[in-house]
Design a protein around this ligand. Sequence first.
Ligand SMILES: [Zn+2]
Ligand SMILES: [Zn+2]
Length: 342
Amino acid sequence: MRAVFSSDKPGKVVELINVEKPTKIGDDEVLVKTLYCSLCHSDLSSAKGEWGSKVYRSVGHESVGEVVEVGAKVSDLKVGDYVAGPAGLRGACGECKYCKRGEEVFCDEVIFTGARGYGTMQDYTVEKAKFSIKLPKDVNLPQACIITCAGITVYKGFKLANPIAGDTVAIFGIGGLGNVAIEYAKNVFGMKVIAVGSNEGSLQIAKEKGADLVINWKTQDVDKMIQDFTNNQGLDLAMVTSSTLPQFEMAYRNLGKIGKLCSIGLPVGKLPVDILDVTLGQKTVYGSLIGTRQDLIESLQALYDKKVNPDLRVEPIEKAEEFFELMDQNKLHQRIVFDLTK
Ligand SMILES: [Zn+2]
Ligand SMILES: [Zn+2]
């Protein structure tokens, strides 16, 4: 079967190679034929070994597939079902304090695709049945891939803020995550949306996605525009999807009273906050990391209800090497979903 592996070859980030198809599944597992798998920046970081020592294995964590075999004790899935899992999350104990409070991403025994030894950018994978969420048959499968990572991530970030319809959120960073975030904020949570980015093309897309105000932070006065838009009340919520430190600083200083800053980006650095301001303004700074199975079910519902409509381009899996290269060179400005059906 085909698999996209991290590569050591000069000039190559990944390689499409042939590996043996898995044959053994456990009683609580299913064998899944991958149908589509989208390319995420995390795949590139993992293939390059940016998060520690480089491991030679398949990448991929944003996929949908079809169940082709079920283990002896699997009762809620059958052959032919379409399934997807939360980005990279492929197992949790169900017993620890994090699992019990509905935060299985932080489970003491959590299993991510990387740790289990293979990703999902390959023809077949063995999955825990309980971590395979069943999808309706008429779902747009490539779009569902995007929801399993970008969608669930921003959805969970908003959910943790517990916003009220009419609240104003500013989304800093209008890339793949930011675009999906605009649709969730507007169409699922009923918020007013300010999109803050620096690329004119992305800001145009943000407008088309429904942003009420778009700001180019490199050429415009962000603080003044946010204060004008909010009648000097400041933001109820700021979500930072970018990994640019100045955007975190901008986000924090534009929070209003009881404002919250949700960090999704991963810049290396520190965010200085004035403790007096935090206390007197009852402000919150929090992080959000992907989401749970329940978050995936909820974020997929928005796709079924046509409240979110992720942009993407489908490409054959044979072009994986090419698109990893483009991403590595910062030349990829579209979300790519690899087709493994052919
Ligand atoms: Zn991802
Ligand atoms: Zn646990």
